[in-house]
Design a protein around this ligand. Structure first.
Ligand SMILES: NC(=O)c1ccc[n+]([C@@H]2O[C@H](COP(=O)([O-])OP(=O)(O)OC[C@H]3O[C@@H](n4cnc5c(N)ncnc54)[C@H](OP(=O)(O)O)[C@@H]3O)[C@@H](O)[C@H]2O)c1
Length: 338
């Protein structure tokens, strides 16, 4: 009989809830499942009722895998409970940003750098959602010809901020439609309904935000290439779920558009929707709820030698977070690493 694992899930917000659905959908080999959050209660997800327990170190006893979908920061879920989980011998896989750039922590997209998984010392990090979908499309091209430059603009859904942001868009929208002028903003610094906000995270070096720097630092780490030059403008848009990205790349050697389509058509996890004549291209409303990273609008830059444009859309909660974490665990099981 194949082995089954004790799984602890910490956090049951936007990502945690999706993880439960995916564990179920993919028949993850679970012996015992425990769900931890800030408070104990029952939660109904995907037609099933789950017991949620208040997070505490002793709840991690006996876990083989601990998946983190909690909050980030010094007092966040991962910073508090990842070290005791590792001490107890569990493999920790974290959705958050706390450990992503730690040189001792592999940052993994299974389709991009699975060879790094084996370097873990108890903790593996899953990248930022925008980095994941960009690299799912860029890495297969990089393998054919090194990518030297990336300029990305993102159009990120509110689900990327979590449960409270989804509620904020839901609450603001009917008020704006009704002509109300006094719109309350709790999650974002500005109204998000019927607006776009060119700020995700806080402003750092050169005027780029933390989210924009994540695309740069995380990409360099996973491609093991510090010479690649990446600049991003990350924008929050009033879409419930599914991030979109306009990504411009320059490759060392030319790759013709037909060959780009061929490469991406064969890339695992990538789905081509690239039929402009029939108005077929990826969109969040079609990507939401799906596992694929959708790529379209593939075209050569008319002015820059070896320049290519891609339009990339994916469900940020699934491949951008929950699914990627579970795929890492599945890969570890398949490779006998746990
Ligand atoms: N949303 C995305 O698209 C996305 C993509 C990639 C990565 N991530 C990362 O995934 C993580 C989860 O994001 P989310 O969007 O699901 O957030 P969320 O909707 O705000 O949910 C956060 C969950 O974490 C729990 N939590 C918070 N502090 C905790 C603590 N100290 N101990 C135990 N549980 C705690 C909360 O518990 P209560 O329910 O009891 O309040 C809640 O269930 C974050 O690190 C985020 O950066 C998110």
């Amino acid at each position: 009989m194949s082995k089954k694992y004790n799984v602890v899930l910490v956090g049951i917000g936007a990502v945690g809830a999706e993880m439960l659905k995916i564990l179920d959908q993919r028949n993850f080999p679970i012996d015992q499942l425990k769900i931890l959050a800030r408070s104990s209660r029952e939660e109904e997800i995907g037609g099933r009722t789950y017991e949620v327990r208040a997070a505490a170190e002793e709840e991690l006893d006996g876990a083989h895998f601990v998946f983190f979908a909690g909050t980030e920061g010094a007092k966040g879920a991962s910073a508090t409970y990842a070290p005791p989980a590792i001490k107890r011998g569990a493999v920790v896989i974290d959705n958050g940003a706390d450990f992503r750039l730690d040189p001792d922590v592999p940052l993994i997209i299974p389709e991009v750098n699975p060879e790094d998984i084996g370097k873990h010392r108890g903790l593996i990090a899953s990248p930022n959602c925008s980095t994941i979908q960009m690299l799912m499309a860029v890495a297969p091209l990089y393998r054919v010809s090194r990518v030297t430059r990336i300029i990305a603009s993102t159009y990120q859904a509110v689900s990327g901020t979590g449960r409270d942001a989804i509620c904020e868009l839901r609450e603001q929208s009917p008020k704006v439609l009704a002509g109300e002028l006094d719109i309350e903003c709790h999650v974002y610094p500005h109204q998000i309904a019927f607006n776009v906000i060119p700020q995700i995270g806080s402003f750092k070096e050169f005027g780029f935000t933390t989210e924009e720097w994540k695309m740069d630092r995380e990409t360099r780490k996973m491609l093991h290439d510090d010479s690649i030059r990446i600049s991003t403008t990350a924008v929050r848009v009033p879409v419930f779920n599914g991030h979109a990205e306009s990504v411009y790349i320059e490759t060392e050697k030319p790759i013709v558009v037909e060959r780009v389509r061929e490469i991406l058509g064969e890339a695992p996890g990538v789905v081509l929707i690239d039929d402009s004549e029939n108005a077929r291209y990826p969109m969040p409303i079609e990507a939401s709820g799906e596992d694929g990273v959708y790529v379209g609008r593939i075209r050569r830059d008319p002015y820059v030698k070896n320049g290519l444009h891609l339009w990339i859309v994916s469900d940020n909660i699934r491949k951008g977070a929950a699914l990627n974490v579970i795929q890492i665990a599945e890969r570890m099981i398949a490779d006998g690493l746990v």
